[in-house]
Write a protein that binds this ligand. Sequence first.
Ligand SMILES: *Cc1c(COP(=O)(O)O)cnc(C)c1O
Length: 451
Amino acid sequence: MNADKLLQLSKQHMWLPFTQMTDYENDPLIIESGDGVRVKDIEGKEYLDGYSSLWLNVHGHCKKEINDAVKQQLDKIAHSTLLGAANVPSVLLAKKLVDIAPEGLTRVFYSDSGATSVEISIKMAYQYWQNIGQSNKRKFVTLSNGYHGDTVGTMSVGSIDIYHRVYTSLLFDAIVVPFPHVYRHPSGDERVVCEESLHELEELFKERHQEIAGMTVESIMQGAGGMNVMPKGYLKGLEQLCRKYNILFIVDEVATGFGRTGKMFAVEHENVKPDMMTLAKGITGGYLPVAATLTSEEIYQAFYADYHEGKTFYHGHSYTGNQLGCAAALANLDLFEKENLIQQAEEKSAWLTEQLKEIAALEHVVDVRQMGLMCGIELVEDKKTKKSFRKEERVGYKATLKMRELGMLTRPLGDVVVFMPPLAATYDELAEMLLILKKGMEEVTALAVTD
Ligand SMILES: *Cc1c(COP(=O)(O)O)cnc(C)c1O
């Protein structure tokens, strides 16, 4: 089918996620193929994948080893259910995940997206306390600006006004505590912010721990909430408080897992051992929808009983533990070892920190937040007063459209431009991306109407 016809059909019949369709109609895009860090649209134009196809891709597109693994698996079987039966690649992957995960996480419950992996953690934590006879522990504590997915449960433990406002009355009540923003704090001092925030949280725990089931947080860096980095020691502090007050510590590594922040999992930056850890995005190298909720043996044991005790975890999805996805995940993890990708990510991270200094110096860039190959660049009208651009200007959105014109894809979070290249991007490719990033932001901010 020719490109014009496809574009027309996409406008007629598609409804895209997180997309105002009038925007899509003005600037439609249909991707046809990908190779390495580049994708190509149906008109043959190439783009650098500056957001890893929404934070997923690790080794680039069409990576031979993953392609081969999926093809081999396809010739055996594409899918069989995990309800009451395991399958070969899901068992092998569970073992592999437990091997690389923080100590203490020994059980793997599969699903198919980041949201489902967090939804499962909520239901498990909730039922855990009932199964052990402490059914008064029902509440969840979360951080402001948190994002854990778009299902009703995960929105309830999330806290991003623009996404969640409409659904408020549909959601269950979580206790939201403020995210410890360093750059917006009057002291601007990481240690002060960390200590103050942990102190406030301890006051809350002291008073209400008997009704709190768990605390759900993104690991080290919040993603969709604007790429916010926790002050050093904060995640560790949360872990210690949760332990002290008998609250399950649930860490969402959906975005940060699999090398994204320069470690296999971001919890490793502070040697944190959560009770549950949720994984998705990079787990298959960005190939197929697989997710996992890892838990401690203690949690598992609370569900392990004679059938008649009614402690079964009644949850699952049709494609839970899909063989093709698990085969892709296994090939993905083999490549991490074979290509020494974590060390590569660490080195590229340090290099990127240097390169980003030039971007931080731009007239309208107020803050650059980076952990590994996960970065957010915040644009403002006035750098000194931190005054934002007028909302109607949509500066972040326009900057990414400009970048697309210049040959790189990414998406903004408001006026925070996201830069999340595939971990395997070479230094040359990264440099090419940074040039476009800079040019896109410069051109658009120079044209923005100010008041
Ligand atoms: C993307 C994301 C999710 C949701 O994952 P989906 O696969 O899109 O459902 C959950 N938590 C975090 C931290 C994420 O970044």
